[in-house]
Design a protein around this ligand. Structure first.
Ligand code: ZN
Length: 310
């Protein structure tokens, strides 16, 4: 009789727990058990569809109507996937006078934590200003942004992983003339400055994506990439049997990871600089493939869940 009562009490307690859904384990990540792994969830086709939507808006230079529309697109998608998006609005002097820029910075809402993120995933979403060409930046500006929107969806399926990540979409990566201390990297320089002022505790690592959609994919890591991150990316690529798409570039690359590194973020630039249509009107969506986007997305997801944030 005593035993039976105990059994009933346990059953009642279990039922109550099931009803209220309390306890840390009630919202289990999709990553546990037989569920799909994050790198299996990442869809290159979804990423390419986002790139198409951005390219359809036409050239998207800073402070243009088209970049405002691309912002609205990115924000709507991120919110749909459960992310809270903040706008970092600022103005900076450029060779063309004062220009307004807007970075988008997102955290996963359900994490509802004031804890700073440990890992930054970022991309620039502006396209280079050309007076004499219709430049839609399918690969340069489009590919990494579309893939990052898809990554937001993937991470949302793994709330515990998503809670540790910050997404940043930088405006004004492109220089008006040439990259100098004061031309180009406007958004990442501003973000890095904010980060330095916040004096965040602990270590922050990051991955920058730039031009990751070329059909003929060769990710050319800058030679000064943080060694630990490079090793992790190569290990992830090995595990997914796509190691041949990853190598080192023979020269330094100045990109959005540079101001971040200076601000103390250990950041690696996954960039394919072996891209003939770079900064020409030929940088169009037909040069991209869903498979390439999937390769970089899956390697990044694997690296995050199995190596960096395991
Ligand atoms: Zn560019």
């Amino acid at each position: 009789m005593k035993g039976q009562m105990g059994g009933l009490a346990v059953a009642a307690l279990l039922a109550l727990l099931a009803m209220c859904g309390c306890g840390d384990n009630s919202i289990a990540d999709r990553g546990s058990g037989d569920a799909k792994k994050p790198w299996e969830e990442f869809s290159g086709a979804n990423a390419l569809a986002h790139v198409q939507a951005l390219v359809d808006l036409g050239p998207r230079p800073p402070a243009s109507e088209a970049i405002e529309k691309s912002r609205a697109y990115i924000i709507a998608k991120l919110q749909e996937f459960g992310w809270t998006v903040a706008k970092q609005e600022f103005a900076d002097e450029t060779p063309r006078g004062k220009v307004s820029f807007v970075n988008l910075v997102a955290r996963f809402s359900k994490s509802s934590t004031a804890k700073p993120a440990e890992f930054l995933l970022c991309s620039h979403y502006d396209t280079k200003t050309f007076d004499d060409a219709r430049f839609v930046g399918a690969n340069d500006g489009g590919s990494s942004t579309g893939a990052l929107v898809e990554m937001a969806r993937v991470l949302s399926l793994y709330p515990q992983l998503a809670a540790r990540v910050e997404l940043a979409f930088f405006d004004g990566e492109e220089a008006y003339d040439n990259f100098t201390e004061t031309d180009g990297l406007y958004g990442s320089r501003y973000y890095a400055k904010q980060l330095a002022q916040q004096k965040r505790p602990g270590r922050m690592r990051g991955i920058l994506w730039d031009m990751i959609g070329d059909r003929s994919l060769t990710i050319t890591l800058p030679p000064d990439s943080p060694p630990e991150l490079a090793r992790g990316i190569f290990a992830a690529a090995d595990a997914l049997k796509v190691r041949s798409h990853f190598t080192y570039f023979d020269r330094d690359i100045l990109d959005d990871h540079s101001p971040l590194s200076e601000a103390g973020v250990e950041c690696i630039d996954l960039i394919d600089f072996d891209y003939p249509p770079w900064h020409t009107a030929e940088d169009t969506i037909d040069k991209l493939s869903a498979e390439s986007l999937q390769t970089v997305g899956a390697v990044t997801a694997y690296y995050l869940s199995e190596i960096a944030l395991k």
